[in-house]
Ligand binder design. Structure first.
Ligand code: DX5
Ligand code: ZN
Length: 224
């Protein structure tokens, strides 16, 4: 599987979101990672489906909505209408994981489940066949710019092993602390979809700058 960098717009300029999305798309990324936070599942509040609906999606881009919200089953339809092509819900945020995945699939968009660093992989045991992707959080969700939690390298290996044993070839996405130092080991452990916020948007503000940051990540990904 080839490597995908999914820029997290949490580190972008919220005052010009559509332009920022356009810039990272120009910089070579088709997956755009949108961090939705509700002030309850996680402390901060970012934006919801109404704001997301106003973000312009470049042709060929994919909106990857990471819902850090409680009871996500209440909001699936709104995020589909707002342009989500892939929806990730947290296993910890719902008592109805199977049901919410069914809802996502019913709308014909990709379904993924995220688990926090302290959550065991076993919560996925009975939903694996329904999933298009698994997201392993490598920081505690809520904020950009945190340090990668090193125990997650092994968690990625364990998940990769489970997926192999089950004959599933869905991508493992990793979110939090992905940068030039960590990306090589993350990819070596078996992840192929890497969310990166500060490593893409930090210290740059143009399409060229983002492109440079993405190239550095891809280069480091292939070195270890
Ligand atoms: C954290 C978010 C991440 C965040 C990653 O809760 O889910 O997507 O933006 O930021 P970095 O790449 O800076 O760790
Ligand atoms: Zn995220």
């Amino acid at each position: 599987m080839s490597i995908t960098i999914a820029p997290s717009i949490l580190s972008a300029d919220f005052g010009e979101m559509s332009e920022e999305i356009h810039r990272v798309h120009q910089a070579g990324c088709s997956w755009i990672h949108l961090d939705v936070m509700d002030g309850s599942f996680v402390q901060p509040i970012t934006f919801g489906a109404v704001a997301m609906n106003s973000f312009k999606k470049p042709a060929g881009a994919l909106f990857d909505a990471h819902l850090m919200v409680v009871n996500p089953e209440r909001h699936i339809e709104d995020f589909v209408k707002a342009g989500a092509d892939s929806i990730t819900v947290h296993a910890e945020a719902t008592a109805h994981l199977h049901f919410v995945i069914q809802q996502i699939k019913k709308h014909g968009v990709k379904a993924a489940v995220a688990i926090n660093p302290g959550t065991p992989l076993t919560v996925l045991d009975w939903v694996y066949p329904m999933l298009d992707m698994v997201l392993l959080m490598s920081v505690n969700p809520g904020w950009g710019g945190q340090k990668f939690i090193p125990t997650i390298y092994h968690k990625i290996e364990c998940l990769a092993q489970i997926l192999r044993e089950r004959g599933l070839s869905i991508p493992i996405q990793v979110d939090g602390g992905v940068n030039q130092e960590t990306i090589g080991k993350i990819v070596a452990a078996g992840a192929t979809n890497l969310v990166a916020g500060s490593a893409v948007f930090g210290n740059a503000s143009s399409s060229e700058g983002y492109h440079e940051n993405i190239q550095k990540l891809l280069k480091s990904a292939n070195m270890d």
